[in-house]
Write a new protein. Structure first.
Length: 129
């Protein structure tokens, strides 16, 4: 079963995403700030990180930088109201799988998650001996 971290500080949005993902068979955990997101991501129990850039304590860019520095390889989809993350994206191109702008339709997010996890699973199985 695929496990997804929802790093989102707005309770309504986090609950909306959480409910939709659970209805679609995913196991989820919600992180309300960057510290919680890092803790969950480092646990290596998750397959995907849905990351808001405007998190309290540590913003999304800091979360990405700290994960990269500690060599934690976790696929990430940025879910943010920041329209133009392009100034930072080249730095994290190997970690970020996708970007979806708020507001979004849940069906669009679910499609991106499905594609991301399928790609990640196919890459993992192709490296197995």
């Amino acid at each position: 079963m695929d496990r997804i971290i929802i790093a989102e500080d707005e309770e309504r949005i986090a609950a909306f995403i959480n409910k939709g993902l659970q209805k679609n068979g995913y196991h989820t955990a919600i992180a309300k700030d960057g510290e919680q997101a890092l803790h969950l991501a480092r646990s290596e129990e998750f397959d995907l990180l849905l990351l808001d850039l405007g998190l309290p304590i540590k913003d999304g860019w800091t979360v990405l930088a700290e994960l990269e520095a500690s060599s934690h390889d976790l696929a990430t989809i940025i879910v943010s109201a920041q329209d133009d993350p392009s100034t930072h994206l080249p730095r994290f191109r190997n970690r970020i799988i996708d970007y979806i702008s708020k507001p979004f339709r849940f069906a669009d997010l679910l499609e991106r998650i499905t594609i991301c996890l399928r790609q990640d699973n196919s890459m993992s199985s192709s490296t197995r001996v």
